[in-house]
Design a protein around this ligand. Structure first.
Ligand SMILES: Cc1cc2nc3c(=O)[nH]c(=O)nc-3n(C[C@H](O)[C@H](O)[C@H](O)COP(=O)(O)OP(=O)(O)OC[C@H]3O[C@@H](n4cnc5c(N)ncnc54)[C@H](O)[C@@H]3O)c2cc1C
Length: 494
């Protein structure tokens, strides 16, 4: 078969270099979210964010039992999971403090994919942590997707959150990428992972279905409107337990409360301070503002991602399905949004391009701007790949940035806040403080479950019970394990 060769606007084979640079990433400056972020399709479409300015003025409670900092999917998941386990006999007052508008961080600015990992990176994880941990990493993502889908179904809000069960296609644009994926697939299969929903497509099959001459793998996945999901989760939690949200309330510092106070911590904001017994750091990329020991490559490195919403030149049926896609070692990702008529040309949400920036946007905290070089390659990406389906030179309907939080191991930190400095034994300095952060650009299938872990840890403590880890939780996500990993200088191989 003779192929019409696509033109890729982005460089390939940059994964190793990006990983090497991440290990030496240094960032300076203040890590509070910047004001006036770029307008994102998810946040700035009409009526999309009814809670945007909730609690931004007026009364700020002087005390709460649990203070959650950050109103993205992690912070709201913690509140949701507290609410689902809350009993009237143990009334908890929970407060969410948010620096900007509700859900205006990465969750309100991402690519909209809810794709639990099927097998990619399995062999790397297995080599590093063993087979059981590699399997748990997949389990946590399935658990998240299942939990979110059950919530959406129980609330009957499939259309409200634009949930599409379209599956996901990973397209391999280099032989090396394809070979690594095959190795991962075989390692996962040998471990007994259920891969019955994975379909490999040769480049001939991909060309005849989608018009792109690269091999691919298709597996389960959804796309949705993340902010709307988080809004429903918040409203559910608020209905179930005493919960308040205070936007435009950046937390500047956290200090110990006076001896004898019923609450351990004082959380300071420009609007006054809140005393509380528990603090949850759900600040992801911005975590090191309040936890300076998380600054730098052994902590959480803020990393700017860029996304656009661009109109296709053909109707949705020419996309041959509703799947989301990723390619080029997941640097680029996209999916067509739902349409209201069959003749409508869909908006396609496309993210990526940071591999054209010399430092891969590591250490970049400013989401009030887009990168010009990234804008250029993103504009050319879909027209170059899917000939005839996108118009070269067409301006996007919207283009925005958001800040991800990368860890050197690309896995999040979950659990009680400790000090990552191996020579220190100051964990008790943070007693009552918890964190779930550092999803390294893959948060939708992980943050919800990590929020659940933190909620159950806090409840176990308030009830005087011992906490036991759910069977789907990878041990290596836990903050108690991270210090050991850092002691051993373990780093990912890829
Ligand atoms: C451009 C981009 C594309 C992405 N695409 C995808 C994708 O398609 N699929 C996927 O799985 N993942 C994707 N991700 C990653 C995913 O969005 C994140 O991992 C996830 O949303 C993290 O959720 P969070 O609640 O932990 O953080 P956030 O959503 O960033 O929430 C943190 C909140 O804390 C607030 N905050 C920070 N510091 C303070 C403070 N001191 N005081 C008060 N508030 C504070 C922030 O304003 C923010 O609202 C993408 C991310 C970006 C940026």
């Amino acid at each position: 078969m003779a192929f019409v060769q696509p033109t890729l606007s982005v460089p390939t084979s940059r994964l190793q270099e990006s990983q090497d640079l991440l290990h030496s990433a240094r960032s300076a400056g203040d890590y509070l979210p910047v004001q006036k972020p770029t307008k994102s399709f998810w946040i700035d479409s009409p009526d999309a964010n009814p809670l945007a300015t909730e609690g931004s003025t007026g009364f700020l409670p002087a005390a709460a039992d649990i203070c959650i900092v950050g109103s993205g999917i992690t912070g709201v998941s913690v509140a949701y999971h507290l609410a689902t386990r809350f009993t009237r006999e143990e009334p908890l007052r929970v407060i969410i403090l948010e620096a900007r508008d509700f859900c205006s961080g990465a969750t309100g600015r991402n690519g909209g994919h809810l794709t639990p990992n099927a097998f990619i990176d399995f062999s790397t994880l297995e080599a590093k942590y063993g087979q059981l941990e590699a399997m748990k990493a997949l389990d946590l993502e399935s658990h998240t997707a299942k939990g979110i889908l059950e919530f959406i179904s129980s609330q009957d809000i499939v259309d409200e959150v634009d949930l599409v069960a379209g599956g996901h296609v990973t397209m391999f644009v280099t032989d090396d990428e394809f070979c690594r994926a095959q190795k991962d697939y075989h390692a996962a299969r040998a471990a007994g992972v259920d891969l019955s929903n994975v379909e490999w497509l040769s480049k001939e099959e991909m060309y005849s279905i989608y018009g792109v001459p690269y091999p691919g793998a298709k597996y389960g996945g959804h796309n949705l409107w993340p902010l709307k999901l988080v809004t429903y989760l918040y409203n559910y939690a608020k209905f179930k337990m005493p919960l308040s949200l205070h936007t435009s309330t950046p937390v500047s510092t956290i200090s110990p409360n006076k001896v004898g106070s019923p609450h351990r911590w004082k959380v300071h904001t420009p609007r006054g301070s809140v005393s509380c017994s528990y603090v949850v750091h759900a600040t992801n990329a911005y975590a090191s503002h309040l936890l300076p020991h998380l600054r730098g490559p052994s902590g959480i490195v803020p990393t700017r991602g860029q996304v656009m919403a661009v109109r296709a030149s053909v109707p949705l049926d020419q996309f041959k399905g509703r799947s989301s896609w990723d390619a080029n070692d997941d640097f680029e990702y996209w999916f067509p949004r739902p349409v209201t008529t069959i003749s409508e040309h869909p908006l396609v949400i496309l993210g990526g391009g940071r591999e054209v920036e010399s430092r891969f946007e590591y250490g970049e905290i400013d989401d009030s701007k887009c990168s010009e070089v990234v804008s250029k390659v993103l504009r050319d990406f879909l027209p170059g790949l899917f000939r005839g389906k996108f118009e070269l030179g067409r301006e996007p309907v919207m283009e925005w940035t958001g800040i991800m939080g990368f860890t050197s191991l690309r896995d999040p930190f979950v659990g009680p806040v400790g000090d990552l400095d191996a020579s220190s034994s100051h964990d008790s300095n943070y007693k009552g403080q918890f964190i779930a952060a550092g999803y390294s650009g893959h948060g939708m299938p992980r943050a919800y479950a990590c929020g659940e872990v933190v909620a159950t840890m806090i409840l176990a403590e308030t009830r005087g019970e011992s906490w036991s880890a759910p069977k789907w939780l990878p041990h290596h996500y836990l903050t108690s394990q991270i210090r050991r990993v850092n002691d051993n200088q373990t780093m990912p191989s890829k």
